[in-house]
Design a protein around this ligand. Sequence first.
Ligand code: SAM
Length: 250
Amino acid sequence: MYNFFVDGSARTDNGFIIDGKDYNHICNVLRMQVGDTFLVSCEGMSSLCRLAQVHKESVVAEIVEENYRNTELPVRFYLFQGLPKGDKMELIIQKTVELGVAGIIPVEMSRCIMKLDEKKKKTRKERWQSIAESAAKQSKRNVVPEVCDVLTYKQAIEKAAEMDVFLLPYENELGMAETKRALSRIKEGMSVGILVGPEGGFDNKEVELAREIGAFVISLGNRILRAETAAITAVAMGMLHVEMNMEGDE
Ligand code: SAM
């Protein structure tokens, strides 16, 4: 079923007014007819809606069932990602949004090969946000995770340290004891920061700075994973831990 994201200003007493590019998608691309149903996600909640009226520049969607399906995790995972080369960030965003990440923060690290000037940071951010939106639609998320501005390493670890749990998957960490200990600290309603390095990995000093401010330095297993595999694995590990141990587990 198609899913459209709107902000609170689109809300009416019993539905939503949809305009702009989603209006074009509904009328001219999908050629929906009055009576067709779709999902509308607004402020973290999805409603099953039917197309009630079609106007010249907008459509009226009438709510059939509110709070139709909550697909959001009861824990907010934020991926802090050392900027990888080429278009790998796009894959990381697409896959981790599907897995349920709450937000993505690109990070400049000492071993990043990719360097972005201010203009590129802005254009990349727009592209990354549109990838997050497509992935959120495809995976029937209730919210579109935000792709934030690129942060320096210092800014990133300070922000990650504000979270309830801060995980740092490190390629040189051995054994899974710390990984298990860190996962056991994650409880419903918490925020969790996950900081993954770029292709070149972490500089030792970066790891020690993060450890000093409370990061759990963890292993993702005995093999060295590519940056994109590590990001997807770390978020999948968190997501499955939460899905298997919290709310609605049967
Ligand atoms: N250049 C590094 C090397 O050869 O050892 C590998 C860096 S790896 C490609 C990129 C990032 O993925 C790492 O900085 C780390 O965050 C994560 N990573 C990869 N394998 C991992 C593992 N087995 N355990 C924990 N983190 C891992």
